[in-house]
Design a protein around this ligand. Structure first.
Ligand SMILES: Nc1ncnc2c1ncn2[C@@H]1O[C@H](COP(=O)(O)OP(=O)(O)OP(=O)(O)O)[C@@H](O)[C@H]1O
Ligand code: SF4
Ligand SMILES: [Mg+2]
Length: 358
């Protein structure tokens, strides 16, 4: 077995929130998360807002340290890196954030955005730097003539291309992309996703792709980890996860996604109330929203266990869930969902059951 490029083992990140003026609460924003990334592959991390995706991403980037667990690059433990080791790690693992406005310094010309890190990390000489910056601009679909412009002189999609060029300028092994297209116009999203895919093929960089968008994930990723309330609840190769989802939460996410191809019509299986990450429970964290729940789910937390080749699920019933076709019956009626259905009914003047029909 080859050593993974990037390996995260049992990561835990605990935050403290103030409950009132005299008490605070500790909660695990990330709880026992393990991930493995091979060279040149894309690993997607998906899940609702607040489930801990960015916290995992920032630990993989060494922007914050895990409270427990460790991260290895090419088998080397990053927890004990000295200053120089950390500098080398940062060169190898780059980031593209969601907000192309916030991630670029408005006072810096694009030329400097690209050249400064190259010189700092001694990627090339001063004389070579401009030519390298020009070729990077072309590789992300921009032109060398635009190197003298400031970030505000570009569109949102173009700014995200600059952020990708900046990530690439240090010739990284991994880019952590945290919702890289969700702030962009729908028409531009596909262009940026295709660019990432092309670059992966040509440059050979591995991607950790954090996203809400399952259609994009299906298109781009080799493996997917589904997070719920700080934990990974399902992990599998992309085709396995989309064809044979083995956790009720994954099924609900897939059923709610309009364009992943598995469903004919948008269905809502989840309320729009995301879970409270500070809530404590001995059992499965999804129990309150799961229509397959049994007594055991309230008493014990299901372990992330193997259910097939390279396929893990944290559900007691993973191997006995009914076929995905019958998920239509598993709609959890919540007040928020009822309100939404009533609004749509009024808008479309359709009978109640039509909302969930395929
Ligand atoms: N610095 C912090 N201090 C306290 N709580 C935090 C901090 N950063 C994140 N959290 C909390 O940790 C949880 C996970 O946050 P995180 O940003 O990782 O979620 P996410 O999955 O990336 O969400 P989104 O999809 O909205 O970006 C959330 O409940 C968030 O409020
Ligand atoms: S363990 Fe129980 S509550 Fe949790 S997802 Fe499975 S069936 Fe639902
Ligand atoms: Mg996030």
């Amino acid at each position: 077995m080859t050593t993974p490029l990037l390996l995260a083992q049992n990561l835990v990140k605990t935050y403290t929130v103030q409950r009132d003026w005299r008490s605070s609460l500790h909660f695990n924003a990330v709880d026992d998360v393990s991930l493995s990334l091979e060279r040149r592959e894309t690993l997607a991390i998906v899940g609702e807002s607040g489930c801990g995706k960015s916290t995992v991403g920032s630990m993989l980037l060494q922007l914050q340290r895990p409270d427990k667990g460790r991260i290895l690059i090419d088998g080397e433990d990053t927890m004990s890196l000295d200053r120089e080791g950390l500098r080398r790690f940062r060169r190898r693992v780059q980031v593209v954030f969601q907000d192309p406005y916030g991630s670029l310094d408005p006072r810096e010309r694009v030329r400097d955005v690209l050249i400064r890190p190259m010189l700092l990390h001694k990627i090339c000489t001063k004389e070579q730097a401009f030519a390298r910056a020009s070729s990077l601009m072309e590789s992300v679909g921009l032109s060398a003539a635009q190197l003298n412009l400031f970030p505000h002189q570009f569109s949102g999609g173009q700014r995200q291309r600059i952020a990708i060029a900046r990530a690439l300028c240090l010739e990284p092994d991994v880019i952590v992309c945290d919702e890289p297209v969700s702030a962009l116009d729908v028409s531009v999203q596909a262009q940026v996703v295709n660019l990432l895919q092309d670059l992966q093929r040509t440059v050979g960089v591995a991607l950790v792709f954090i996203s809400h968008d399952l259609a994009v994930v299906k298109h781009l990723a080799k493996n997917v980890a589904v997070m719920y309330s700080g934990r990974i609840v399902e992990q599998a190769p992309t085709s396995t996860l989309f064809d044979h989802p083995s956790h009720p939460y994954t099924r609900a996410l897939l059923a709610a996604a309009p364009s992943v191809g598995a469903q004919k019509k948008k269905q809502l299986l989840l309320s729009d109330d995301a879970p409270d990450p500070t809530a404590r429970s001995a059992g499965c964290k999804f129990a309150g929203r799961c229509s397959y729940v049994v007594d055991q789910c309230h008493r014990e937390a299901p372990p992330l266990a193997t259910v097939g080749k390279d396929h893990l699920s944290a559900c007691f019933l993973a191997k006995s869930l009914p076929s995905t076709k019958s998920d239509r019956e598993s709609v959890v009626e919540t007040p928020a969902l009822r309100r939404l259905a009533a609004f749509r009914r009024a808008r479309d003047n359709q009978p109640l059951n039509a909302e969930y029909e395929k």
